[in-house]
Write a protein that binds this ligand. Structure first.
Ligand code: HEC
Ligand code: HEC
Length: 302
């Protein structure tokens, strides 16, 4: 073989090997039954976390479901992202169009690993990068709450995205560099309240999704945690959460808690746009003690 052909041949072999590796690496890595804790479901806790996690904000009934109770996560509302428009699906227990037939393991894999029951990678606009940090028992409670809801028949609407197959494979590759599946660990040096607030913010509450910038590989840049940055949905900038009291934004933790509970209706105007309005109205549904804990944690960021 002439030298040039040899080089080309070895390049071709390398390319095929690379593609095979990329293929293997883009395969999802689901949790197994052994990863599920033994757990007696707590529906009330599930409802609380459903609200803290803002599931309804994205999975609310779409424009085709005018007669459906707006508090049911029947899905179908357009959710715009830089890669296209998604229609977050039906989370009510309808066996055909909802999650009625899903096992606990399938649900946990979707919410904490971004893998659908069909084994496809889900797009991280669904904030499973944050939900992965929840206690799995809490995720099982969310499922128990969803299972307790009235089933709604609402077939899934196809996302309007270019090359969905390639995109989902790409997400599989990205998961190796940009997706940390370690669960949230409490800081024993801090108070119980602070740790509760930190848990809500860093897992279910998914505050990092908007308030923490991402690095070159689209992973959270923890060195700049909660320092704000460009909005992930492309809607302007997200403010920093550091030193909110020192900067005179809020008087103290209780004032911030009041802002979380009341938002614009009580004159707190800095949490209304860019998706924060929905976050605020979800926080308003939480028990007082949880909102206070969240405010204590957030005001401790310096
Ligand atoms: C910021 C918007 C957003 C929030 C908040 C959100 N989701 Fe989703 N969810 C999505 C999108 C978008 C998809 C579709 C992803 C895809 O097709 O790759 C999705 C998909 C899912 C799926 C996969 C369904 C399937 O058929 O494979 C489940 C299950 C799910 N979400 C449950 C939840 C739960 C439970 C919560 C709250 C703990 C939640 N979601 C919060 C946007 C969201
Ligand atoms: C969907 C993106 C998004 C998520 C998720 C999100 N935020 Fe925000 N947040 C924003 C934006 C955008 C603003 C600015 C809104 C405005 O000025 O109207 C904001 C504003 C705020 C403010 C007011 C800051 C100031 O300077 O007064 C606080 C406090 C805050 N967010 C806390 C949180 C907490 C706590 C969470 C998690 C429970 C969270 N945010 C989740 C986007 C988000």
């Amino acid at each position: 073989m002439p030298r040039r052909t040899k080089v080309l041949a070895s390049l071709a072999v390398l390319a095929v090997a690379g593609a095979a590796m990329a293929w293997g690496m883009s395969n999802p890595h689901p949790l197994t039954a052994a990863d599920l804790p033994a757990h007696a479901a707590d529906i009330a806790n599930g409802k609380l976390l459903f609200n803290a996690a803002g599931c309804l904000s994205c999975h609310k009934p779409g424009p085709d479901l005018k007669n459906v109770d707006a508090s049911l996560p029947a899905g179908g509302s357009p959710f715009k992202t830089p890669v296209g428009t998604f229609y977050p699906p039906n989370l009510t227990p309808d066996p055909q169009t909802g999650i009625g037939k899903w096992t606990d393991l399938e649900f946990v894999n979707a919410v904490q690993r971004g893998i659908s029951p069909e084994g496809e990678n889900l797009i991280p606009a669904f904030p499973y990068t944050s939900y992965a940090r929840m206690k799995t028992a809490d995720v099982l409670d969310i499922k128990a709450y969803l299972d307790s809801l009235q089933p709604v028949v609402a077939p899934e609407k196809q996302a309007q995205i270019p090359a969905p197959w390639l995109l989902r494979r790409g997400v599989g590759l990205w998961k190796h560099v940009g997706f940390d599946t370690a669960q949230w660990q409490p800081d024993p040096a801090k108070s119980e309240t602070w740790n509760l607030g930190a848990y809500i913010a860093n897992s279910a509450g998914h505050c990092n999704e908007c308030h923490t910038p991402r690095n070159m590989v689209m992973a959270f840049d923890w060195s700049k945690q909660f320092q704000g940055g460009p909005h992930p949905g492309g809607e302007g900038k997200v403010p920093s959460l550091h030193d909110l009291v020192g900067r005179g934004k809020y008087k103290d933790a209780s004032d911030l808690a009041a802002a979380f509970q009341n938002g614009e209706t009580m004159g707190y105007t800095d949490m209304s746009s860019g998706g924060m309005g929905e976050v605020q109205s979800n926080l308003a549904k939480l028990p007082d003690s949880d909102v206070q804990a969240l405010a204590e944690y957030i005001t401790s960021l310096k």
